[in-house]
Design a protein around this ligand. Sequence first.
Ligand code: ZN
Length: 425
Amino acid sequence: MNETLSRDIIAAVDAGFDEQVKLTADVTALPSTRGQEATAQDFMAEQYHRRGLAVDRWKIKVEDIQGLPGFSPVAVSYENAFNVVGVHRPTEKKGRSLILNGHIDVVPTGPLDLWTKPPFVPHVENGWLYGRGSGDMKGGLVAALAAFDAVDRLGYRPAAEVYLQSVIEEECTGNGALACLQRGYRADAAIIPEPAQDGYDMAQLGVMWFQVKVRGRPTHVGHAGRGVNAIESCFPIVAALHKLEDKWNADRHEMWKDHPHPINFVVSRIEGGDWTSSVPAWCTFDMRISFYPGQSLESVRKAVEGAVREAARNDAFLANNPPEVVYHGFQAEPYIVQNADEVHAVLAKSHQASFGAPLIGRPITATTDARFFGLYAGIPALVYGPVAEDYHGFDERVNLESLRKVTRTIALFIADWCGLERRAA
Ligand code: ZN
């Protein structure tokens, strides 16, 4: 790409940035927590439609995807589960095709009184846009669209197919991205503008969700000794699982050798008991764990079940009433970026032109939808995106200067990777 075009593209992103921030705030205002994404998806479909893209909006059906590699089992209804893809097709294909994928789903807000301002009333303060989902990842989702707009503003369109994907289910299964593969979407590269802190993700851990269901023996609390307290029985089981976490942190994969604590096992939900004056007869806790490339889902499940069984064996009641381990939600394999040299080269060049600094890669301690493209479709996929803070926490925010520069990178990437053609007037 010549210098003039590169400069023009950067200027075009900057010129549209106020509008981009407004659009990001508008999307962030739509509370697209799990099961509630459809309104935000309608909004995205309308945005794609306005830009002359072919809009594909469909309801995800579990039976269409459950046999595919990468599927994660679900315990909730998909009655309202819609994906949206905006498709640009060139007049004459000259360049390489591109998927720009982002997720519209956001995690729950938690107690509202812990937020300085309401999570779904986005506001800008000191160069940051605040709101649930602003960083993870509506900032990036809209950045992809704004990058497309910047090219358009100069009178161009990409000279290859560009698929703008707005998917659901990233925060719990990845089944939204999987449904895009099932629908047939393929491209020569995929970019996912998750909050990657002005860099790209070199590798991601595997992530698994499971539930442990523990039984007890209910009695009146007046003679509690005759009963078995299902809630308190969970404590040694949790401790045994944390021992496994310690072992995997000690025994770490070389890619995470400099990370202080890559593996995290978190008891994230717990429920149990029926009455304050009854020894609880049941308790169920949810755990999210992570693991390294090289560990299979099967071996991880074996290790988890082994730890649970071992802890139960030390308890007379549990030894005869073993806890049950149930899997739903993430069964996500680890992914190390591979076969992405060409994509990386173009992204690095684009990033350098936008930031005036080299592109840096990091291994992350979570998962992203990149694994679907990379592992199951042979599409080189890079997660690259802005600086964000406190996502999944309180006062989530995305840095606007970072978002602007990331958008420039994506626009430059589109021009370089796909090539450009003159837009019909
Ligand atoms: Zn995300």
